[in-house]
Design a protein around this ligand. Structure first.
Ligand code: CP3
Length: 354
């Protein structure tokens, strides 16, 4: 494997000195890019794109060809694990993800396997290997997974939900069943992420998109506890380098101290938390990733620069900040505005590292 030419993303997550603040964007390979739409059309569907390692590699690298990003993220989806468990994932046009075989009963939960990542998820590992080869050390590659709770919401609801009626119904009425589902899923996530590291992922991120829908008590019992189990089970070093782990609970700003105590290296922040306040709360324990409101990218490049400057000033001097959006980039954003955002981070951050 070739030497990493740009390691500021990994260094910032470990709070080691950097020249400028590293930056990447959640969903950086996506529908706001015309070249993404062209490759997706060639693939025929989103899942075909995920399952074809050459095309998944192509779209992973597209944003890096346009912008001086400091990390690449595997192009895939968090719902690959439940699909490999037999739930039969499909994306209906305009409707989002659907599982034809959702998990509703004790028998459904008992039947869930822990998938072998080099078997039913081999297409993901092949994508990781292909991307690492094609990146040729340009920037580190981030592997990822959903959190057990977030995956459970899709598995039980059978798709996207507004009120989480079914999954919360199971959680409140059959906590034993919910814990069994979450435990099987956590075991699956551990083996999936460790396989991504073995295949070449250099950092890991866990997306807990729906942890913020829980009460503080339920968050700790049904979401955080399983992310903690995952962090404890992960391979933390590969090729003589640390493999940093980032936890991101959307809407989880009030639980940062508990999240930092899991032993992860970084916390993702959405835009509802002030990053300077967050830094005071977690101290030296973890790095922080975030947290510009993705809607700022609809504003002018001048306004985007001002927002970048304000977040940087709030974080303050020194390493430990990975600049990002507070959630995925929206599909109707002008790609030039994303470029202005990335350029502003590099240009405005140098004084904070002197
Ligand atoms: O960040 C990246 O660039 C990596 C790729 C990535 C995708 N999904 C690609 C994708 C990642 C990390 C995800 C994670 C994901 N998938 C989450 C957690 C995200 C978060 O930010 O909290 C969730 C909840 C999912 C499930 C999922 N996949 C949904 C709800 C959708 C949207 C469906 C729709 O029609 O809008 C997807 C599809 C999806 N995943 C797309 C992309 C680029 C768009 C699909 C397309 O091209 O049609």
């Amino acid at each position: 494997m070739s030497e990493l030419k740009n390691d500021r993303f990994l260094r910032a997550l470990l709070k080691e000195p950097v020249d400028v603040t590293p930056v990447w964007m959640m969903r950086q390979a996506g529908r706001y890019l015309p070249e993404y739409k062209a490759t997706r059309a060639k693939a025929g569907s989103f899942m075909n794109l995920c399952m074809n390692p050459e095309l998944a590699c192509e779209v992973t690298i597209q944003p890096l060809e346009r912008y001086p990003l400091d990390a690449a993220i595997l192009f895939s989806d968090i719902l690959t694990i439940p699909d490999a468990m037999g739930l039969q994932l499909r994306f209906a046009e305009g409707e989002g993800p659907i599982f034809d075989k959702p998990v509703r009963t004790a028998a459904d939960v008992d039947a869930l396997p822990v998938p072998d990542p080099e078997d039913s998820l081999k297409y993901v590992m092949d994508a990781v290997r292909t991307i690492r080869r094609e990146l040729d050390g340009r920037v580190p590659l981030i592997g990822f997974s959903g959190s057990p709770w977030t995956l459970a919401t899709y598995m039980v609801e059978g798709g996207t939900s507004k009120d989480f009626a079914k999954v919360k119904g199971m959680m409140f009425d059959r906590p034993d069943l919910m814990h069994k589902l979450l435990d099987t899923t956590a075991q699956s996530v551990i083996s999936y992420l460790n396989a991504q590291v073995a295949a070449g992922a250099q950092a890991l991120m866990i997306f807990d998109t729906w942890g913020g829908s829980l009460t503080p008590r339920d968050y700790k019992e049904f979401s955080l506890r399983y992310m903690q189990q995952i962090v404890a089970g992960l391979t933390r070093e590969a090729d003589g380098r640390k493999v940093p782990v980032i936890l991101f609970t959307k809407g989880g700003g009030q639980w940062l101290e508990d999240m930092a105590a899991t032993g992860c290296d970084g916390l993702g922040l959405d835009w509802t938390t002030d990053i300077g306040e967050a830094r005071k709360r977690v101290g030296d324990k973890v790095a922080l990733q975030g947290n510009m409101d993705p809607s700022v990218l609809y504003a002018s490049p001048e306004r985007i620069q001002k927002e970048v400057a304000a977040i940087m000033e709030s974080y303050g001097k020194g390493s430990g900040h990975v600049f990002n959006l507070g959630h995925g980039i929206h599909q109707h954003v002008n790609p030039e505005h994303a470029g202005a955002f990335i350029e502003a981070v590099h240009k405005l951050s140098a004084p904070y590292h002197r």
